[in-house]
Design a protein around this ligand. Structure first.
Ligand code: BDR
Ligand code: CA
Length: 311
């Protein structure tokens, strides 16, 4: 049995880990990939994504460009995550770039066409800011209802990374995240509570080098880049969202009410995760809908699964 997915990415070193795994795993059919401004500019994200697909030997998967900036248009002021992912967003490995062109459709149109055209249930896996997904849900709500589920990397029930309160993807476009968390669609949040748990180190690099294939060497280069800036270990990040979709037996979760802070204060971009079964009327701020929040993962098993596919 295979699972059909659409990835929405802001590639990004750890987005690359997710793409490599999803495209190389025979249990997953990647119907298409859509790109959004986030870790780096939309232009870089598109270039990086095509490059990763070439390295994965998966050049036939359609890739479409989406939103150039967050819904409220503040990308220039926000900055990106080049301090984490390198100036090009891909550890300096994006050159020379793919000879392949992008799909001519906008991301929102590609997502719509892929869902409407699929005979199998489709899961949407956003691992960047949620701008494209919010635009898709607002533009094609009836198609969105046909999704089997959304499993997103974003948010946190336990504090932020880019600010004390907010996780990068939600912080980058809180209004878009608000639309997604309020959509009433079947939603799973793979957030910072587990994001950093899937560790890899020099030993993994060594094993990948021994494999020696194009994709294994590329993955090893990406890991080494991050190890140089981070020290002895780093995480597979976004990949975990894809793994949790395929292997629910490896996660522990809780259903919560999640509200996104869209204020301009220090909490902007926070996902307020309310685990209370019911709240006293006076103290009930639960505007969001129910969401499955992943709180624990079997990290060793997930890393092993990733290593098995990167060959
Ligand atoms: C998220 O931010 C990005 O830098 C990563 O690719 C990941 O999607 C983690 O906060
Ligand atoms: Ca990402």
């Amino acid at each position: 049995m295979t699972v059909s997915i659409i990835l929405d990415v802001d590639t990004g070193v750890d987005d690359a880990f997710a793409i490599l795994y999803a495209t190389r795993n025979p249990e997953i059919t990647v119907l298409g990939i859509t790109c959004v401004d986030g870790n780096t500019s939309l232009k870089n994200v598109c270039k990086n994504t095509l490059q990763v697909l070439d390295m994965a030997g998966a050049s036939s998967i359609p890739v479409a460009a989406g939103a150039n900036e967050p819904l409220m248009g503040t990308a220039g002021d926000l900055g990106d995550a080049s301090h984490v992912h390198g100036g090009d967003g891909l550890a300096g490995l994006s050159s020379p770039g793919s000879s392949r062109a992008l799909d001519s459709r906008h991301a929102v149109e590609l997502i719509r066409d892929l869902i409407e055209g699929s005979k199998d249930p489709v899961a949407l896996v956003p691992i960047g800011p949620l701008t494209n997904i919010a635009l898709f849900i607002s533009t094609y709500p009836e198609t969105a209802k046909k999704l089997e589920r959304i499993v997103l990397m974003g948010g946190s029930a336990s504090g932020g990374n880019v600010t004390a309160a907010a996780e990068f993807n939600v912080w980058h476009d809180p209004e878009a995240a608000h639309i997604v968390f309020n959509s009433g669609l079947r939603l799973t949040m793979y957030g910072l509570d587990v994001f950093y748990d899937l560790k890899v180190d020099q030993e993994h690099v060594k094993t990948l080098r021994e494999v020696g294939s194009v994709s294994a060497n590329f993955a090893a280069d990406l890991i080494e880049f991050r190890l140089q800036s981070l020290g002895s270990e780093m995480c597979l990040g976004d990949y975990g969202a894809v793994a949790s979709l395929l292997h629910p037996e490896l996660v522990e979760s809780s259903v919560m009410n999640v509200v996104v802070d869209t204020s301009q204060g220090p909490g902007r971009g926070q996902t307020i995760c309310d685990a209370r079964p019911e709240a006293p009327e006076l103290y009930d701020f639960r505007a969001g809908k129910e969401c499955t929040v992943i709180l624990k993962v079997d990290a060793d098993a997930m890393v092993k699964l990733w290593m098995e596919q990167i060959r």
